[in-house]
Write a protein that binds this ligand. Sequence first.
Ligand code: DGJ
Length: 730
Amino acid sequence: MPVYISGDQRTAYLSGGCVSYVLHRDEAGRLLNLHWGERVPDGSLAWNPDDYRTWVSFDLPVSLLPLELPCCGDGWYGLPAVGAVNGNGDDVTDLRVRSWSVSAGKPSLPGLPSVYVEDDGEADTLSVLLEDAVTGLRVTAQYTVFSSSGAVCRSVVLENCGSQALRVTSLLSASVPLWDGGLDVVHLKGAWARERVVVRTPAGEGEYRISSARGASGHEHNPFMALCDRKADELSGRVWGASFVYSGSFLASCRTDNAGHSRLSVGMNPEVFEWRLESGESLQSPETVLVFSPDGLNGMSQVYHRLYRTRLARGSWRDRSRPVLINNWEGTYFDFNEERLVSIAEKAREIGVELFVLDDGWFGKRNSDNCSLGDWVVNPEKLPSGLSGLSEKIHGLGLKFGLWFEPEMVSPDSDLYRAHPDWCLHAEGRARTEARNQLILDVSRREVQDYIISAVSAVLSSARIEYVKWDMNRNMTEAFSAALPAEKKKETQHRYMLGLYRVLEEVTSAFPDVLFESCSGGGGRFDPGMLHYMPQTWTSDDTDAVERLKLQYGTSVVYPASAMGAHVSAVPNHQTGRSVSLRMRGEVALSGNFGFELDMAALSEEELKEAADLVRRVKEIRDLTRTGTFWRLLSPFEGPYTAWEFVSEDRKEALLCVYRTLSVPNMPPLRVRLRGLDGGAVYRIVEDSAAEGSGMENGAGLSGAAMMNHGLTMFLRGDFSSRVIRLKAD
Ligand code: DGJ
């Protein structure tokens, strides 16, 4: 059992893999965290309050305790894990443990995305019931620990068992005290087309906070934060990661207190979240997945990758090879008709592409981004034989057919908006701020959810459609629902997310064979919440191969390659103006869910041949890249070289991908040390896209130990070059 409770019923050890998370209820009934880090034997720790006392203390004792659920008003001065204003107008909350219990498996979170188990033996859940004696607020803190990895899923349920309404002003999913201070913070920041840049910075004194108030997890910050030892790197050192399974506004923070201890907190963003909890009502927080690694950042990422690929993503596509696709967006933008689309599909078929995706512009009277969102009816001028006619033609070529939607949006110039002007988010008496000429539907409303479900379902039932790209192209403004009374208006953002999750649950279960890909102006909602419903996400609107190195590297800090859409686009690249060889564009994209996004019909015969060879290679390695253990070897943020590697679970196959941006004169060759191989096995090159200088040409073998401890030496020639080597063990 991964949860062990001590004989005196005071201490709970949640252990899995090489990790332990230890909780203690002290004599006063406070819930304390004794340890989160390398595994300790069950029953080995004792609570000693003196460890947390300072010699000359002006501070109140509570502010020094390693509290799991710090609240307001009793001497805790940081972010409250639970903040609730009661009928007297104060928010003093004092939670004491009433009981705890252990169960096998993991409960799902009603209405919210969450990690799951397939067998109750995979994990145990500790539920701790705490209560505030004055208000009657009950809090159940849930901790699920996975026995194989030690990952801990943490969430809370609030229940108002008092007689007066409570105004919940703060709700964190995790607030974990760490003994250590002087740590570094790692997080993923960005902007449109520049998502998930790896930031590493000393936590400093005081508080380091990232957040989104946008009503989406957002391009700017990913809902993830890790703390690590100053000396930790990709392969060694302690790392504590927290990833929030939610797609809306959030905050994550590292606070260093005046005793030098750190605290990692993740949860709802109080700037845009409030919830009125009537007597008898309850509120479930989203969950945070906590991963500790003693083996550096790669170790942490590998646990997230496996968990998110196999126990967060769901559905019939979770474990299947993803089709090689062609998407027409960068190839045509809005300028297409049936004939043009079919000619692109014909060329794509010739090189082995398996799926044709029709992007924005097929509905209403949409020929630019200024109208028709909400009117999900095909435009007969562009597509005279309708979606079903087009889909049949595409199927006739031997390709599957996919379609773009942006279901959460409405254009002011649309029949939907003319019929229901109050169905968008807005504040009474104020202008409705448009972005990309569009407004956001009020998905907190049941009738709006039902409209989206029926409109999308009607299209999906009207033709053979095997793939959906679910886009969302702006952030919230005037984020209020006309359907909520004044005292509940600040619930709108969270109610929107709950409504969206209901819509996604209904649509994805009604069309279980459709492959869904989420998107938000590229990677503006690349988060674990969306991955629960859709196993892949469009990584970024930036398709430039050089920029993609950083994008895919940064994304891999939390998310598996199986989640990343990666396309080859035309040169000069539409976002950067850079021209990169087709080989490098392809060899970057083959590390994710591979596709093309260009006008195939405009490629030369020579380019088509090269593209066909790429597709052949992708089909041979796509299961390895989807399921293999991913190792970051050289960082694009640190120099001209990037390298990463995939190793199959049985360690019999590996794929080494090496890239160089700008060449530097008079430099020695590069030596790359591989990781994760079987040291005793002999590996041979099955395919090498450059075949120069590895010393393993012509079938010569090299032991895994030599490859890991000595490395492979190689040349890469010229700017923007790449080399991909496939290895197999004898
Ligand atoms: C933003 C997406 O990221 C693009 O790939 C494309 O689908 C456009 N929206 C279409 O409007």
